[in-house]
Design a protein around this ligand. Structure first.
Ligand code: SF4
Length: 450
């Protein structure tokens, strides 16, 4: 089958990892001759890159799929693909549920899309969910932004958090080599990208599967070493990384962030619960005291660092008193941003089978009281920006107010200010902050383009 001028569309659910995978798969499709179609209903190939973290994301996929499966009866050459975590988890089951599907592929297979499609175009229905060594990606991702880019540094996760499907669906840790990561960043710099976020499910695990230890017995390749190694890539002005794990977060890393000017003072370190018993049941491998210690250390080195995290309420067995410890932690630390979620049992995870599930009503109440506190604290924290000059990397026009542009501060706060996007896109601009809302800022205007 010729793929030239055929149209494709990708619908992405879930986390940054999935978004980065989608960009790579789009790059592969374009290399094969496909062209992007904004409207999935016009596309000849539709790929759903799925997520199992929340039940509604999974349900959404099924409802979208149902519609497209019907269309396939009228247009038999329509190619339907489910990729990502639902694909990995459900595998063959998905084909039984939606027999119109052509390809079901787990996240480890994202870079193999072209090979898999070849089999599909030869008339096969393909399920690719077996564990594999991830091949280095040589196609260019079709990146959504022209200013900021994600770069995968480690795939998979070896942790066994009892609520999480990731290890089951994304497989064991596989780090890319420092040289491959740097080469991708050099190319991004040449293309005019200004900011790179290094990505991993547990980025602090970077390098422990790569060969070599140092004389002092530590792994030769760590995230800290990687930051030093890629820091001077020309053109890249800012470096971020996510997601951190408190169990492995080191003072050496904090020092590197302080020392390396391009590494932004923003840390995303999920704590999940403020109670040690709950943390133990989650198998997170740290205590709230250790977590607090990390934040204290960060603030010792970088008092103004912005801190964000993830938290779960209503984990099986969580009592009111234990939930209050989460509130206490949020109260004490004062996060700049917190992603909160009510626990939702995911198939194939240990905690989903436990009998001590918390009722939906209690979860709802806890979530709303946590969210209320988060907004209060974020509104308090944000005041420190008022009247200050912040460096903003301009990414786009404000879609709601076209006389304004928007971008992020080094602390990752969304900031709007008057300006012309044609002139400012991709520029680092000093902005004087005149309004500070809980999760975003507005500036008076450009004080000077760097
Ligand atoms: S560290 Fe835990 S929560 Fe994060 S991806 Fe691994 S198992 Fe899931």
């Amino acid at each position: 089958m010729t793929t030239k001028n055929r149209l494709y569309n990708i619908v992405t659910f879930g986390c940054q990892m999935n978004k980065a995978d989608s960009e790579r798969m789009a790059g592969i499709l374009e290399k094969m001759g496909f062209q992007w179609s904004e409207d999935p209903n016009n596309a000849d190939l539709i790929l759903y890159n799925t997520c199992t973290i929340r039940d509604n994301a999974e349900q959404k996929v099924y409802s979208y799929l149902g519609r497209q499966a019907k269309r396939k009866h009228e247009q038999p050459d329509l190619t339907l693909i489910v990729a990502g975590c639902v694909a990995q988890q459900e595998g063959e089951q998905l084909l039984r549920r939606v027999p119109e599907l052509d390809l079901v592929m787990g996240p480890q297979h994202a870079n193999r899309l072209e090979d898999l499609l070849e089999q599909v175009f030869n008339g096969e229905q393909v399920v690719a969910t077996e564990a594999i060594n991830i091949v280095e990606d040589i196609t260019k991702p079709r990146r959504e932004s022209k200013v900021t880019a994600w770069v995968n540094v480690i795939y998979g996760c070896n942790e066994r958090c009892t609520y999480c499907v990731v290890p089951g669906v994304r497989g064991v840790e596989q780090s890319r080599t420092p040289a491959a990561i740097k080469a991708e960043m050099i190319e991004l710099g040449e293309l005019g990208y200004k900011e790179v976020t290094l990505l991993g499910q547990n980025i602090d695990a970077y390098g422990r599967d790569l060969p070599g230890v140092t004389e002092s017995g530590r792994y030769k390749h760590t995230l800290t070493d990687l930051l030093y190694y890629v820091h001077d890539v020309p053109g890249i002005e800012r470096i971020r990384f996510a997601t951190s794990h408190p169990r492995y977060f080191t003072e050496r890393l904090i020092k590197a962030c302080k020392e390396l000017p391009k590494v932004c003072e923003h840390f995303h370190i999920p704590f999940q619960s403020g109670d040690n018993e709950v943390l133990k049941a989650m198998a997170r491998g740290y205590t709230h005291e250790k977590y607090r210690g990390i934040i204290e250390k960060i603030r010792e080195y970088m008092p103004d660092a912005s801190i964000s995290a993830d938290a779960i309420v209503g984990f099986p067995g969580e009592t009111e008193a234990q939930f209050e410890k989460t509130l206490k932690l949020v109260e004490d630390i004062g996060f700049d941003q917190l992603n909160t979620a009510a626990y939702s049992p995911r198939p194939g995870t240990p905690a989903a089978l436990w009998e001590n599930q918390v009722s939906e009503e209690v979860k709802r109440l806890r979530l709303s009281s946590l969210n209320h506190l988060v907004s209060l604290k974020a509104a308090e924290r944000t005041q420190r920006y008022l009247g200050r000059r912040e460096e903003v990397l301009v990414e786009d026009q404000n879609p709601k107010e076209t006389t304004q542009v928007m971008g992020r501060t080094r602390g990752n706060r969304l900031t709007f200010f008057p300006g012309n996007i044609e002139e400012l896109k991709g520029k680092l601009v000093q902005v004087e902050i005149t309004e500070a809302r809980a999760f975003s800022l507005t500036g008076k205007g450009t004080v000077g383009v760097l």
